[in-house]
Each structure stands twice: as C-alpha cells, then as structure tokens.
Design a protein around this ligand. Structure first.
Ligand code: BDP
Length: 709
C-alpha cells in the first residue's frame, strides 16, 4: 500500500514537472542555476517611484524571482541595492551619461553595470516609467537566457513609435482568420469581469515592446462605438494602460447611419462631421488615452468614401479631424480594390493612393500590407512603399497564418518579415529599405507605426501551435527594431520559452529559420500565389476558377497554360512592374535578372524555360514542391531527437502538429503538381514522388467548418 502511495506521489510530481501548456509564453521564468550571480541581485532591488507601471515592474520582478529561484524579490533602499530601477534624475546623471539618456526618448531605456570600489550595481534607467518597465523586461530576459550584459551596457529605444496588434475579433467572439479558438475578449462579461488573461496579454506584449492594440475586426461592427460597448472597451484599456498599451478601435465608415440615425455618412456633410467629432469626445471621456481608429473602407463590401464619390483622403480626413483635438490618429488601410475594376488587383491600391500623396491630415497614417495582393506565403514588397513620399506609411503584417497553412503548419514568419523590411525600394537611391520608410527615416515622418494581425485566441497556449507564439514574439521584436535579425530572435525565443539546452536551441533554431522557405516550397514556389482553396484558404486549390470575381480565383493568378505558367506583370502584361522604382522594374522585367523567388509573380514563363539551376521550369517547380515535403518530414525526426529536453506536454503537442504538417505538405505537392501537369504535359523529374491518388481525389477534398471565416 505504502509503496503505491509513494509511487503515486512520484508520478504526479513527475507529471507536474513535465506539464507545461505554453500559457506563459516567453515569460516562463523557468528555474535557473542557483549559483548564478542573479540570485543575489533579486535579494536587493531598488525600484523607485510610485505609479501603476512601477507596481507592474515590482510584480514582474516577484514573478520572475519566484520562477527562477522560488524566492521573492527583496526591495531595498537605493544605497543597499545592487539593482537600481529608477527614472533619470540628478543621482542617475552621476552614473549614466547624458548622451545615452538623450538618445532613448520617452520609451527607451539604459541598462549599465557600474563598478565602484568593490561594489557592482546594475542601473536600469529611462525617461519614463514605461521605459523602466521595458528595461526591466529586457534585464529579466538576459537573466533567463543566462547571457552577460554587454560590457558597455544596453542603450535601446524603439525605431517605430506605435507597435500595434490588430485583432480581427468580432463582437460575437469569432475571430476572422483566427485558428486558435475564440476571441479572448469576453464582451458579454465585460466590463464587470476582468479576466486574468487580459493582464497576461498586456504583460506578454509589454515584454516585447508592443504598445498598441486594435481590439476589433477591420470588417467592423459600429456597435463597438456605442456607449454600452465603450464601457467595455474602457475596462480593457484600464488593464492595458500600466503596461503602456494604448487601445484603438476599428471604425465602420457608415456608423453615423447605423448608430447615429443620420441618413448619410458623406465625409463632406457637416452633420456627419459633427457626429464623428461628438463620438470622438465621447470615446475620450471613457478612454482618455485612446489611440485612434483603424479603418477598412471601400474594400470587400465595407462602406467608404467611394459610396459618396469622395476620395480616400476625404474619408480619412473626416475621422482625423474628429480625433485631432484629443491627440488620436487614423490608420487608414490601403487594402482597397474594386469589385468592378478589371485591372490587375496588384496595381489598384497604388493607383488609388499615389495621386493622393500629401493630401492626408498630419494625424493620418496609411496602413499598407507587406505585399500588393494579400498576405501570400511570399510577396514582393508593396510598391506603395517607395511610391508615396509625403504620406506616412505603416506596415501591416499578418501574424495569423491565413494563407500559410493555418494552425498546424510551423512557419517562422520572422524571416518573411525581415525579407520585406530589408528590401531596397531605391526610392531615394540605394539603401532605401522598407525598414527605413516605416521608421520615418527616409522621408522624415514623425508619425510612425507598424501593425501585425494577431494570431491570438482562447487556446490555452494562445496561438494554437506552440511555434506560432514565436511569430507574435518576432513581430514585437521587429516592431521595436525592424533591423533585428531573425536568427537572434529565434534563439532568444527558444531560450525564453523552452530551455537553454544548446543542442535543442541550435537544432530547433535552424528548423525554424528554414521553415518559411519550406512552406513556400510546398505551397507556392517560384513566385506562385493565391492558389489556396476557396474562401477558407485551407489546403491547395489551384483549380479554383469561375467565381463571381476573377481576382478571388486561382486561375487568375497562376495563368497556367500549355505554354507555361505565371502572371505577366511586365509591360507586355499588366505592367504592375512600372509601379516600382525604375532600378527595380528594369531588373525585374527581365526573366534572367528577376530574383527567382518572384519569377512567376511577374512573368508568364514557358515550362521548358531554363532556370539558374540548369533545370527547366517544370522540373524545378516539381523538385521545389518535393523539397518542401522532404523537409517537413525531416522536421518530425529532428523533433523526435529532442525528447526529454523539454516538458512532455509541449513536446507531444508539437510532435503531433509536425506530423500533420508533413501530411499536408504532401497533399499540397500532390494536388498542385497533378493539376499543373495537365498543362505542362511533362513527367515528374527524378527525385519527385509519384502521387498515390489522382487529381480528382484531391479536388474532392472538402473539409467542413474550417475555422476563421
Ligand atoms: C484578407 C482576408 C479577409 C480580410 C481581408 C482584409 O481574407 O478575411 O478581411 O484580408 O485584410 O486576407 O481586410
């Protein structure tokens, strides 16, 4: 009997030790060696000041001390402490240089180790409490990773002012393009019940420098602007505020009609203008630091200024004027394309916005998706970056994996973000990267912002796939510093989230860094795009054709024929290339000098055209699909070797998702190659596995109730 009891206790404690549902994200604070110097630091901390943000800092230190060493963080007076967390003042000025302090603005921080005699103290200082919070998080991350602070310290500040998450969350708690459960905003219970998850959301975001959230879907519901809902939004904003996170809302353009009982929403109508001005006042009464509006107008059925024959600038300025007295901004989306226009969809936003450059109010920023179509696995950068110079532009990345296999496909998107951010637009000569444009440097804009469409839901681990936490994390890191490198981001994320084990970190880091290209290979290699299944975009659908709009079909984008495949966007085709700087358009107009990763994006290419590998297009395409599949299979093995290095719960969850990914990679390869083979009429080259089923089998796969629509 006794033996059984002992066994039971051993078993349960072993299971507990190995259980980790991933809820803590990159704030695991898992235990670290007790002999580390850090332990003594946690025994003597001085945090100066008194504000909700300072309280948040103290709480975080406690949580960390508890996780690292099972102790509390002990607060001391400044002269006895070995860590001093304090805003810049006369005393700090004695140890931290003016130059450093002046360089960090109101969101940055300085962390320095200062030796005086036998004493060593770490100073975390800033010009604001929020800067102190960011500095504290950074220091805790160093402790968790076991990294030494650089000798000359850390002096950091964000390169982009507003670093925002866009939730495509509906008021009924469904999430458009959401694959990890329902919306975490429980509108029904708000404002009376504040869920712990809201607070943990704020902590996780602040830890990576995210400082804004749009809590509602771009396909907006004007209800959220009613008093009833504003009270709920205000309750969320109260939770986020100490963590430096501003709350924003999506504004439906027709709200004056829907909730204001006006008979028009015409931006030039004085009653409409007054309605928005009053609405802004009401919002600021509830949320004094409200960030502003995000607007999707004249796109995919959303109302907008076009309904009144007004321009995008007239629409945006209407809302900007209403928010201006309160310090709010408008993020006006450039994702505008018409149902009627037969013109290449890739060209439409540029055509619409370029003539309006300079016509927007100074509190408007135009929010542009990274590419001109729609969050494809890979897109060349949107020609609006580089094309508009007088209007501030912000980047919109998609973190949720709408076109990237949804929840079960591991794709580390940091590489994709980095690729776009580091592309040279040549707008002002060599070195005019997208990163410089969105950080305001290239065209001297003060208003700077970046948005990521969130992949967050009610799943216990927030993002469905544990690896997709890394995409939220990397988005935050790149929003803070768009010139960071993905290798470092991946390594940091792994160490904060799982373990410092070197084998694990180096092997899985490599797997992550290769994963985006792997997914591109098995879905849309060589510049193919938008060949996903109809509407839900889950799985392959290169055969999608004859729908009510051409630019929602696959055949429109791949143009496969017996001659070849690809969308001709050169002068002989849609000439979308002319929207890029001549340096690029000339280079990219030529099949032999366009980067091969964009080949079929810009060119219609013969099946037997020879590529840089020496292979003909058909063979190269087929081999890329196969390469993607092979890598997805290898990932299963790599992961198996990691057993025992991390907790069983996450280990198993990931193992099971990797298996699904490999199966679906094969599905993609078989479906696409069999479909395209009808046109190429060529055999599969050596090294490409023959599909076990025929094309009809793949065409008839019809998954039901795919989430996220
Ligand atoms: C597309 C999505 C759609 C979004 C739209 C947008 O399919 O659900 O509403 O983008 O960004 O990617 O507005």
């Amino acid at each position: 009997m006794k033996k059984w009891i002992i066994f039971y206790f051993l078993l349960t404690s072993a299971i507990q030790a190995s259980a980790n549902d991933g809820y803590k994200l990159w704030l695991q604070y898992y235990s670290i060696p007790d002999d580390s110097e850090s332990r003594s630091h946690f025994g003597s901390i001085h945090v100066s000041g008194n504000s909700p943000t300072i309280e948040a800092i103290k709480q975080e230190l406690d949580l960390a001390a508890n996780g690292f060493f099972g102790t509390q963080a002990i607060m001391k007076e400044a002269d006895e402490a070995s860590i001093i967390i304090k805003k810049h003042d006369k005393e700090i000025a004695n140890v931290i240089s003016k130059k450093d302090i002046n360089s960090i603005g109101d969101q940055g921080f300085v962390i320095k180790t200062i030796k005086s005699g036998s004493q060593t103290k770490i100073y975390i200082t800033a010009n604001s409490d929020l800067g102190l919070l960011y500095g504290t998080f950074k220091w805790l991350q160093y402790v968790q990773k076991g990294d030494m602070l650089p000798e000359d310290g850390l002096v950091q500040s964000p390169k982009i002012e507003r670093r925002i998450l866009n939730h495509w969350d509906n008021l009924d708690r469904t999430v458009e393009r959401g694959y990890s459960g329902f919306s975490i905003w429980n509108w029904h219970r708000l404002p009376r019940h504040i869920d712990q998850q809201y607070l943990d959301y704020a902590r996780a975001n602040a830890a990576i420098g995210i400082n804004g959230t749009v809590v509602t879907n771009v396909n907006a519901n004007s209800l959220v602007l009613t008093e009833e809902y504003l009270e709920k939004v205000a309750a969320l904003a109260d939770v986020f505020r100490p963590y430096g996170i501003k709350t924003y809302l999506t504004a439906r353009f027709s709200s004056p009609i829907e909730i204001g009982k006006l008979n028009t929403a015409d931006p030039l109508d004085p009653d409409v203008q007054k309605w928005w001005a009053d609405k802004a006042e009401e919002i600021y009464r509830h949320i004094p630091d409200f960030g502003g509006f995000l607007v999707k107008a004249d796109s995919e059925g959303q109302p907008g200024p076009h309904n009144y024959k007004r321009s995008q600038a007239e629409g945006a300025n209407l809302l900007a004027d209403a928010l201006k007295p309160h310090g709010g901004i408008v993020m006006w989306r450039a994702f505008v394309y018409s149902e009627e226009s037969p013109d290449d969809r890739a060209k439409q936003a540029y055509n619409e916005f370029k003539p309006l450059d300079g016509k927007f109010r100074d509190n408007v920023i135009v929010q542009v998706k990274n590419g001109a179509i729609d969050f494809q696995p890979r897109e060349p950068f949107h020609p609006m970056f580089g094309g508009l110079t007088q209007t501030p532009l912000m980047m919109e990345f998609q973190i949720t994996q709408e076109y990237l296999g949804h929840d079960t496909h591991m794709a580390f998107l940091s590489n994709m973000y980095e690729e776009v951010l580091q592309t040279d637009t040549h707008a002002k000569g060599e070195g005019s990267t997208v990163s410089k444009i969105i950080s305001g440097n290239l065209h001297d804009h003060d208003l700077t912002a970046i948005a990521g469409v969130a992949n967050i839901g009610t799943d216990r681990n927030w993002t469905g796939n544990h690896f997709h936490q890394a995409n939220w994390y990397s988005y935050g890191r790149l929003a803070w510093d768009p010139d960071e490198s993905s290798d470092i981001i991946a390594k940091d994320w792994l160490e904060l989230t799982f373990t410092r084990d070197e084998t694990f970190v180096s092997k899985i880091q490599k797997m992550m860094l290769d994963s985006h290209q792997m997914v591109v290979n098995y879905m849309t290699p060589l510049g193919l795009h938008h060949i996903m299944a109809w509407n839900h975009h889950y799985g392959p659908g290169p055969w999608i054709t004859d729908k009510h709009r051409d630019d929602w079909t696959s055949t429109y984008y791949h143009q496969a024929s017996s001659y070849g495949i690809g969308f001709d966007r050169t002068a002989s085709g849609s000439n979308a290339l002319s929207q890029y700087h001549p340096h690029l358009s000339e280079k990219w107009s030529d099949k032999s000098s366009v980067p091969e990763k964009y080949l079929l994006w810009f060119h219609h290419v013969a099946w037997d055209h020879t590529l840089s590998s020496g292979r003909i297009l058909w063979d190269e395409l087929a081999l890329r699909y196969q390469k993607g599949v092979n890598e997805a299979r290898n990932n299963i093995e790599t992961w198996q070797e990691m057993e025992g290095k991390i907790d069983q719960e996450r280990f198993k969850h990931i193992a099971s998702f990797l298996k699904i990914q490999a199966e679906e990679a094969e599905w993609w390869k078989n479906a696409c190659l069999l479909y395209f083979q009808q046109f190429s009429q060529k055999p599969f080259p050596d090294g490409v596995e023959e599909p076990e089923r025929d094309l009809n089998y793949y065409k008839n796969i019809d998954p039901k109730f795919v989430p996220g629509i």
